[in-house]
Design a protein around this ligand. Structure first.
Ligand code: AMP
Length: 209
């Protein structure tokens, strides 16, 4: 199954996508993680993307479309995947139609006031991508999964978070109507507990397969 996860930054897309990918044995394709890796490694894509990412802006469509086209042609994507963070604009969604057949779009709906708290308290592992909330870390500074030091992403700073939410509403939210019109959209309440959200998504996906 080829699935898109849609929702504002901090809605829990990454966490849910990771669990569902493990359950379905398909890869999680997070364009944010791919771009952060490219920035860390100083590749040409990373050099193009860094400035936009630090400011909480979207990286240009053509960079993302090429990145996704290459990634989806890899062997491990042939039995399905979850796209986490792509598409984020209508032109990206239109380009994706020429690259892949999408079976379902999972939208996580969370109001802005929850998101500001979640994002500004978020700590991430740059090595394995695991995310934590500072309120639950009890002073721990390392990743529970791989032991690497946790950091606050530059774009999780409070002023950048507000900009990312604005970008989401202006440029990504139109995809809700885009996919609803195609009969692919399934919306979930992302303010519910992690387990409950996971169970509801799995139930909906099981009905499709
Ligand atoms: P994320 O981890 O998904 O929040 O992505 C972090 C940052 O990477 C975003 O704020 C954008 O700057 C960039 N990015 C990730 N995915 C995309 C995309 N599909 N289109 C444009 N920029 C993206």
């Amino acid at each position: 199954m080829n699935i898109i996860f849609l929702g504002p930054p901090g809605a829990g897309k990454g966490t849910q996508a990771q669990r569902i990918c493990d359950a379905l044995s398909i890869p999680q394709i997070s364009t944010g993680d791919m771009l952060r890796k490219a920035v860390k490694e100083g590749t040409p894509t990373g050099l193009k993307a860094k400035e936009y990412m630090d400011a909480g802006k979207l990286v240009p469509d053509e960079v993302l479309i090429e990145l996704i086209r290459d990634r989806l042609s890899e062997e491990d994507c042939q039995k399905g995947y979850i796209l986490d963070g792509f598409p984020r604009t209508v032109p990206q969604a239109e380009a994706l139609e020429g690259i892949a057949r999408i079976d379902a779009v999972v939208e996580l709906n969370v109001p802005d006031d929850h998101l500001v708290n979640r994002l500004s308290g978020r700590r991430v592992c740059l090595n394995c991508g695991a995310t934590y909330h500072v309120s639950l870390l009890q002073g721990r500074e390392n990743c529970e999964k791989c032991g690497e030091k946790l950091i606050q992403r530059k774009d999780d700073a409070p002023e950048t978070v507000l900009n990312r939410l604005k970008v989401y509403h202006d440029q990504t939210a139109p995809l809700i109507d885009f996919y609803q019109g195609k009969g692919l959209l399934q919306t979930f309440d992302g303010t519910k507990g992690m387990e409950e959200v996971y169970q509801s998504i799995m139930e909906a996906l099981n009905k499709l397969s």
